[in-house]
Design a protein around this ligand. Structure first.
Ligand code: SF4
Ligand code: SF4
Length: 135
């Protein structure tokens, strides 16, 4: 699962794209780490939200290839309401997912889900997952 837009180097284009998609001023992040402390999914992530913000504000898409942080984000906004700089980190996470999904790549493949699991999983979970994790 790779992120597009000059993935081999720090990219001004990448910073602009994340800002455009999220609508957030990612440069305002002062790396205080409050978002990580507030995040209920942080322990599941390859890199904590603070680090994802660091990579984002410097356009370091190459550091975010194949990491699970923005996929594991539950969009709970716990970080966003606590950020002292007023950044909606959940929107930044969403923008990173969109960068991948807009290249027609899926994080989960519906066709790969075993049939026995399809019977077991709640329908609302499946719909939410497909909306968020497929292109
Ligand atoms: S809480 Fe806000 S300012 Fe602090 S690290 Fe997270 S995004 Fe940056
Ligand atoms: S919105 Fe995502 S990154 Fe922010 S606290 Fe919730 S799970 Fe963590």
């Amino acid at each position: 699962m790779t992120l597009p837009l000059n993935p081999q180097r720090v990219s001004v284009d990448s910073i602009s794209k994340i800002k455009e998609l999220s609508g957030e001023n990612i440069k305002a992040c002062m790396q205080c780490g409050t978002c990580t402390v507030a995040c209920p999914m942080a322990e599941e992530m390859d890199f904590f939200p603070r680090k994802v913000m660091h990579f984002s504000q410097f356009g370091m898409l190459s550091r975010m290839e194949d990491i699970n942080s923005y996929w594991k984000c539950a969009s709970c906004h716990s970080c966003s309401v606590r950020c002292p700089r007023g950044i909606d980190i959940a929107k930044v996470m969403e923008s990173l997912r969109l960068l991948v999904l807009r290249t027609n790549k899926n994080y989960i493949e519906p066709s790969q889900i075993p049939k026995e699991k399809l019977k077991e999983y709640p329908g609302i979970m499946m719909v939410a997952g497909f909306r968020k994790l497929t292109s």
